[in-house]
Design a protein around this ligand. Sequence first.
Ligand code: BGC
Length: 489
Amino acid sequence: MLSKILIILILPLASYRLSTAKWKFPDDFKFGVATSAYQTEGGWNADGRGTSIWDVAAHNRSFLIRDRSNGDIACDSYNKWEEDVLMVKNLGVHYYRFSLSWTRILPDGYSSKVNPEGVKYYNKIIDKLIENQIEPVVTLYHWDLPQAFSALGGWTNPIVIPHFANFARKAFRLFGDRVKIWITINEPRLMCDFFKGLVGDITPDYPLGISEYLCAHNVLKAHAAAYHIYDKEFRPIQHGKISITLDMVWSEPANASDPEDVRAAEQNVQFDFGLYANPIFNYDYPKVVIERVANRSKIERIPKSRLPKFTMAEKLKISGTYDFLGINHYITMYTKATKEPPVTKPSFDVDSGGKRFFDPKWEGCAADWIKVVPWGYRNSLKWIKKNYRNPEIIITENGYADGGDVINDDGRINYYREYLNATLQAIIEDGVNVKSYIAWSLMDNYEWGFGYTLKFGLYHVNFSNPNRPRTPKKSVEFFKKVVRTRTIP
Ligand code: BGC
């Protein structure tokens, strides 16, 4: 009788242990937090920093920014970098992902004249991180192009490629003895497709349906150039890793049993993600993108496809330029197939097709493009595994926005709980090779076209106080616990 009672008591305990052991991040799994230069540094003209397209856009076309603000001071990390490092340390995470401001290092963007003060600034951060056992994950380019290239068409002009390569080489030489994880370019889709309409000075009046593809083409070549420079000249002595960060917008068929919706959703994923990933993983743009842009161009009576072609040499150069894949994830949508529209002006959105929408039942947050749909994120990871031979993935961003000064950020905690859980499911149940999860963001910062109206931070920043004091939000404790216990509380 007693043994029976014992078994009844012990069995559930044992199976509970088993299940918590299963739902644990692997021992080599790394956590981190992220920021980017223009969004946090400030010091926009300090100590010889040159001007970037975002300085000019936010100054001259501030009407395009929701609160008409700019990143002149932002979080003042140019002065408060040491406190930032201690905040990262307090979280107990392994990685701090931040970006280099190109014009802080090469002020005019195109000459090789290095600004020693800019180098000193990043050296201080990198050294302090390492002193605190935090590994720097450094993004070379997070959207702050030197202004000099703006009048030349920005990334739509291939002239940027050798200059970016030159900047990358400088960065590897200056910091690569300590930086072992590099990201060439952050989210090309956003800079090539989205900003064209948001901030005129970023991509002023470029022909739509053409500029996005030119930009993508050049970005891929620039990424590959930086990858090969690292691979040949630096990897043998520095032994690090390098890749690109793409944002995975997930499109789910509105009706999974309607083959047309399934096709349309897949097409959206190929235009948003495959456009950038496929040349790196599978030699060329996705077939559906090549065919569709060619067909639409034809009916628009454009003699050549609006999608540029890679030469064989270019394909070979771009292919395989990854040591892992950086993924930012924020968006899941449904796609409903639509009838082929009549001849319109060239348009990326028409090329991509389908009607996309959010389920009104999905919980949202202050950023209207972010809904809490962890299964969409999980499906996107499975899609990457299937299409690109299960590469090592670093989630380089994922996060949730509040609209105001929320310290008890239960919405964010719930979001991270759901998405971390989906990460675990993707690893354990789907066999996706996710090795790290980096949250966006360490602290509230300048949210591009939304200025300071959206807050993504684990730490709150008071932007009306000249000292920009930082305060941990409730989610700091939650995140610390995840990192410490490797489980989701
Ligand atoms: C960008 C970040 C941005 C975040 C939240 C990502 O697309 O890389 O710079 O702050 O999304 O919108």
